[in-house]
Design a protein around this ligand. Structure first.
Ligand code: APR
Length: 320
């Protein structure tokens, strides 16, 4: 009898639970939800499992406060961490960079627990600051770089495509494009590599409109925090599940993902968002696209922003 895929999601909060929901709805595999809050991952797993007769999925759902149930996972998604919030007193938002100190400890300990039990898994990081937390996962796991990936580019690209579809009044299905770079205000949307039904974006929208969409994409996370008072989770969860699906089904989709670069795009020992082929082995290939001078300069600004956070981490730069 063939074995079903096993997907562990650590952090059963907004993103984690929503990702579990989509994973089982897409029949991607059995899901284990882990969280430190007692009863919470068990309750969410049971609630979702009770939806299975209605929604018609056969995947099992397990909730746990320990890692033993995660043993032998094919993919582990780490959402555990503290998200950005609006301080009710000052009205100021936690910046991604302020999260580094808290989340590096959480992501580090979660990674150590997970890899003991799933030494062959592909790890996907969702915790912020994303690119820096990928470094934490990479160093703490000791895994090869192909099996440590960060989710940011799919989300940033989804927002970018959605804003374009709204502006043009066309289906999101026909918009192709990518957002590269670090996850943050310095991300690099590529309008000259964006097309609508094969037609280049700059032929369909004036520069001011494209610039406004790029700006809104860069601030997309903050826009949701401003409305809700906490981070978004439907689009982040959908984005990580697109990556999980490509991996467990070995679809080899080309998705923008935070990958450890070793010379690609001229960077070394740095996680940053680039187009990657995702399959059973994790990052099966990093695609090096030709960038114009302005795009290269934007990527450099983004890389520098990532580096400045990574430098706060207590790791040397060497590879696993
Ligand atoms: N081990 C397991 N779970 C943990 C740990 C830990 N050490 N620390 C925190 N958690 C859990 C929390 O109990 C919470 O349920 O992680 C969950 C995070 O969920 P939310 O607070 O709802 O955050 P969410 O919106 O899902 O964001 C997830 O995405 O934007 C990033 O940095 C953000 O790390 C955050 C992640």
């Amino acid at each position: 009898m063939s074995r079903r895929n096993k997907i562990t999601i650590v952090g059963a909060g907004n993103v984690g639970a929503t990702a579990a929901h989509w994973a089982v709805q897409k029949h991607l595999g059995d899901v284990v939800l882990v969280d430190i809050k007692e009863g919470m991952p068990q309750g969410k797993a049971l609630d979702l499992a009770e939806a299975s007769p209605v929604m018609g999925f056969d995947c099992t759902l397990t909730g746990s406060n320990s890692y033993d149930a995660t043993a032998g996972s094919d993919v582990v998604v780490i959402t555990a961490g503290v998200p950005r919030r609006k301080d009710p007193k000052t009205g100021k938002f936690t910046s991604r960079d302020e999260l580094v100190e808290i989340n590096r400890k959480i992501v580090g300990s979660v990674t150590r627990e997970v890899v003991k039990r799933s030494p062959d898994a592909v790890l996907i990081c969702v915790a912020n600051p994303l690119d820096a937390m990928c470094h934490v996962m990479y160093h703490e796991s000791g895994f090869p770089k192909e099996r440590v990936i960060g989710m940011a580019g799919v989300l940033d690209t989804a927002r970018y495509k959605f804003f374009i579809s709204e502006a043009l009044g066309v289906s999101v299905d026909d918009i192709h494009g990518m957002v590269l770079g670090g996850h943050g205000d310095t991300m690099v949307p590529l309008p000259h590599h964006t097309s609508i039904g094969g037609i280049p974006l700059p032929e369909l929208l004036p520069k001011e409109k494209i610039d406004a969409i790029i700006e809104r994409t860069r601030k997309g996370g903050g826009e949701i925090v401003g409305l809700l008072g906490y981070s978004g989770y439907y689009a982040p969860a959908a984005s990580v599940i697109a990556m999980v699906e490509s991996i467990v089904r070995d679809r080899k989709r080309v998705l923008p993902a935070a990958c450890m670069l070793q010379g690609e795009y001229g960077y070394k020992d740095l996680f940053i968002g680039v187009p990657a082929v995702l399959g059973k082995g994790g990052v099966e290939k990093i695609i090096e696209m030709k960038l114009g001078d302005a795009e290269k300069a934007m990527l450099e600004v983004s890389a520098e922003a990532v580096r400045s956070v990574v430098e706060l981490l207590p790791y040397d730069k060497s590879s696993n």
